[in-house]
Design a protein around this ligand. Sequence first.
Ligand SMILES: *[C@@H]1O[C@H](CO)[C@@H](O)[C@H](O)[C@H]1NC(C)=O
Ligand SMILES: *[C@@H]1O[C@H](CO)[C@@H](O)[C@H](O)[C@H]1NC(C)=O
Ligand SMILES: *[C@@H]1O[C@H](CO)[C@@H](O)[C@H](O)[C@H]1NC(C)=O
Length: 353
Amino acid sequence: MLGKGPRKQIVKYRESQCTLKRLIMRKNRYKLIVFALVLVYVYHFFGVGDYVQSKNFDNDFNYPLNVDIRPIVQAILEGQKPNVKPINYYPYKFLSNYRQCSVVNKPDLVIIVKSAIDHFGHRDAIRKTYGKPHVQGYNVKTFFFLGLDNASSDVQKNITKEMTEFKDIIQMSFRDSYFNNTIKTVMSFRWIFQHCAEAQHYLFTDDDMYISVQNLRKYVSEVTTASERDGILFAGYVFKSAPQRFRSSKWRVSLEEYPWDKWPPYVTAGAYVVSNKAMKMLYVGSLFVKHFRFDDIYLGIVAKKMGIVPTHCPHFHFYKKPYEREDYSDVIASHGYSNHDELIRVWNEQNAL
Ligand SMILES: *[C@@H]1O[C@H](CO)[C@@H](O)[C@H](O)[C@H]1NC(C)=O
Ligand SMILES: *[C@@H]1O[C@H](CO)[C@@H](O)[C@H](O)[C@H]1NC(C)=O
Ligand SMILES: *[C@@H]1O[C@H](CO)[C@@H](O)[C@H](O)[C@H]1NC(C)=O
């Protein structure tokens, strides 16, 4: 016979077993619910639905204007007035303008530096290095393109001073910010189209790049593809990739904004070179291609609609190429030079060879 105490204990034990079972069942139910929630979250977070629903780029790409814009652009470049109205004309102004591209003093190369307003040191380093006006019988003009900060700020006062001193800053009437980069790029195309349209080549670059004008000159003098023989060159580091649909990504693109599963091939914005003819085609083309906020992808879309195929050039480095004196002998452009002293040291060493 068991005493009162132990019997109670057995009952308690059985009860606790039951509760345990219930608990486990409940736990499983919780697990299931948590699992389902995680699934929904993952589906949402990674934008799985967007990936599933996106349209096929190869078969269905038809970015607005949904017409063949090539004959329209051709007509405009020949001085005619087509009856199609531009759909993408940015209503901004050039607040400074320096007429340094006269026909007499025709540059071979124009360097267009997309610069952030407060990067005084970057611009200074560029003027001391690849932005210099001459490289052995090769006429180079460098201009810095800036947006607006705040008319009464100290930064703006210093920019005004810098403009007066160097006469190489084109400031434009929109807010200088990352997502206004397409406006900055297209406005700088407009400026060279209107004021500096005689150069053979145009190099577009960010203010944190290393550039070798010598190597660029050599590269553009070697015609390789058929379109280059027609005078159409749009070259740099070419990406073939797909839109980011992750919710948390700074680069997330919704289906409403861009419904296709791939980007057109595009040249990354850090540095790229265009020939005179390509510059004109891209600028006039942009008037008939809907705005897109990433500037390099936008140019990729315009190029696709104009039938211009970007050329990948392995001497443009999207990631910083680690510096070794010998390894840099064929580098045209490399990212990662926001340290001014480093840019000046590397450039001097390469140009002293
Ligand atoms: C511009 O800068 C001034 C002085 O720093 C400030 O008082 C003003 O609020 C700023 N305006 C804008 C629109 O940010
Ligand atoms: C503007 O220039 C002055 C004098 O060179 C300098 O002391 C100041 O820090 C600069 N301000 C900004 C905001 O760059
Ligand atoms: C782009 O510039 C315009 C005009 O200055 C301004 O209204 C807009 O807020 C800017 N966009 C961004 C993302 O800064």
